[in-house]
Design a protein around this ligand. Structure first.
Ligand code: NAD
Length: 471
């Protein structure tokens, strides 16, 4: 692979011998490729104080003025798309092409622009004679944005862009595993934002916990695991911060009798394996009617065997490494356990140590069902359990049995699929697709996958205080 100089990476990284330098590994090799400055709780307190001081002037700008600044920030991201994408591909490990790192970097610009352009007006909720009540959506103050490592830059932008648009200032804490991707996109935005309106703070769980609990944080946008979500809820008992919680998912897909499995297989495969399966709303357990089971398994096996596995920075890669050793270990353990419990590996099933320490073959597991950990818990990796079913009503109960309820999909005849979708407990149900997102269509989970909505008008309202004005 050719070496590229990357001025964006140079702008956000620190020398190895800097005081609080933390090594950032290349996901593909496990070797350090840059250092980032680790912040302390004192740095965090200082950042929140500065963000609080900057908020009044930022809120005093009109929507049009803030939107104009955000549009310039989106242009800046687009101008540096390749540098940003290369940081993401190296740090997080996703392939540079397909729904990978260039897609993620481009998505940052798309979502910033969408936050800038979405119209939000006061809502008249009562009018009679000369009396009138309206809801106005006003800024909250300082928003804490805490993000995970799987779509690091894009998820941070989902939190940051609407919050800024609505007149809040933001202190953003990336995952300790992917600080560079987030600090890079913040650096690009800060070339256009006034000082201290957006501050990136790198650091581990303790910095996240301190941010969530801070007395001057009015709202926490959190995306991460369900367990950490519970900690954030506890912290909010003290500061009464409002919360948006985008937590883990264990998305089911249901393939109906009569589905054209040959035509649908590539989309099913993509829904499960893009970003190496490390997507909150990836297809994580596939229930297939017995009449089409064998045919679909054969199609998925062909796709898994043919997928090109390699480093994110390799233009040919279709499936990358797991981002971290911890995630690699989880995936390997779940596959071993599935085998022990009768699961049959029809494709893949093994690590790929020749490629690097965290690579795992795209894997299809059959002959498993609910009760096996690979089906019951979020695998977050390139492994799909395929479960045979006979009765559509019963399989809906199986889909709904999980605590997680972020996304789900139904595959087959559209009308029948829509009837099934009605009965599924989930934030989103896709028909004949899985995982597509749109910046103006709200996204969020229910049950153990959290609460609150992101994107579109609902997303803007979520980072504002509703204020009623009655005349
Ligand atoms: P995680 O919960 O371990 O960490 C997420 C972030 O929270 C990190 O920045 C971490 O430092 C911080 N954190 C940890 N402990 C904290 C605490 N006590 N208080 C405040 N912050 C704390 O999650 P992860 O492993 O980075 O991400 C993977 C998980 O995120 C998966 O479960 C995945 O499904 C979920 N996810 C959900 C969505 C969604 O939109 N619903 C999107 C992406 C990922």
């Amino acid at each position: 692979m050719a070496q590229h100089s990357n001025q964006l990476l140079e702008a956000i990284s620190v020398p190895k011998n800097a005081k609080h330098a933390r090594a950032v590994p290349d996901a593909a090799t496990g070797q350090t490729f840059a250092y980032v400055e680790e912040s302390t709780v004192a740095d965090l307190d200082n950042a929140i104080e500065r963000a609080k001081a900057a908020q009044k002037d930022w809120a005093a700008l009109s929507h049009a003025q803030r939107s104009a600044i955000l549009r310039r920030a989106a242009d800046e991201v687009e101008e540096h798309l390749e540098e940003l994408a290369r940081i993401i591909a190296q740090e997080q490990g996703k392939p540079i092409n397909g729904f990978g790192a260039r897609f993620e970097a481009g998505g940052c610009a798309v979502w910033i622009r969408s936050a800038a352009e979405t119209v939000i007006e006061p809502e008249v909720v009562f009018e009679a004679g000369d009396s009138k009540s309206e809801i106005h959506y006003v800024p909250l103050g300082v928003v804490g944005a805490i993000s995970p490592w799987n779509w690091p830059a894009l998820i941070a932008i989902w939190q940051i862009a609407p919050a800024l648009r609505m007149g809040n200032t933001v202190v953003a804490k990336p995952s300790e595993y992917t600080p560079l991707s987030v600090l890079a996109v913040i650096e690009l935005m800060n070339r256009h934002l006034p000082e201290d309106v957006l501050i990136g703070i790198s650091g581990g769980r303790e910095i996240g916990a301190a941010l969530a609990a801070h007395k001057d944080v009015a709202k926490v946008m959190f995306t991460g695991s369900t367990n950490t979500g519970r900690e954030i809820v506890k912290a909010s008992a003290n500061n009464l911060a409002r919360l948006t919680l985008e937590l883990g998912g264990n998305d089911p897909g249901i393939v109906l009798p009569g589905a054209d499995v040959k035509a649908l297989a590539p989309a099913i495969f993509g829904g499960a394996f893009s970003n190496t399966g490390q997507t909150c709303a990836a297809l994580k357990r596939l229930y297939v009617h017995e009449s089409v089971y064998d045919d679909l398994v054969a199609e998925l096996k062909t796709l898994a065997d043919a997928a090109v596995v390699g480093p994110g920075l390799d233009e040919k890669s279709e499936v990358g490494p797991l981002t971290t050793k911890q995630q690699f270990d989880i995936v390997r353990t779940l596959v071993k356990d599935a085998k022990k419990n009768g699961g049959k590996i029809v494709a893949g099933g093994n690590p790929l140590p020749k490629l690097g320490p965290h690579f795992f073959e795209p894997t299809i597991v059959t002959d498993v069902t609910d009760g096996v950990a690979l089906v019951d818990v979020e695998q977050f990796g390139p492994v799909l359990p395929v479960i045979r079913y006979r009765d559509v009503d019963l399989v809906i109960d199986q889909a709904n049995a999980s605590l997680q309820a972020l996304g789900a999909s139904v595959w087959g005849d559209r009308e029948r699929a829509l009837q099934v979708a009605e009965k599924i407990e989930s934030g989103t149900v896709w028909i004949n697709q899985h995982g597509s997102l749109n910046p103006v269509v709200p996204f969020g989970g229910v049950k153990g996958s959290g609460y609150g909505l992101e994107f579109g008008v609902q997303g803007l309202k979520a980072v504002a205080a509703p204020k009623v004005i009655t005349v």
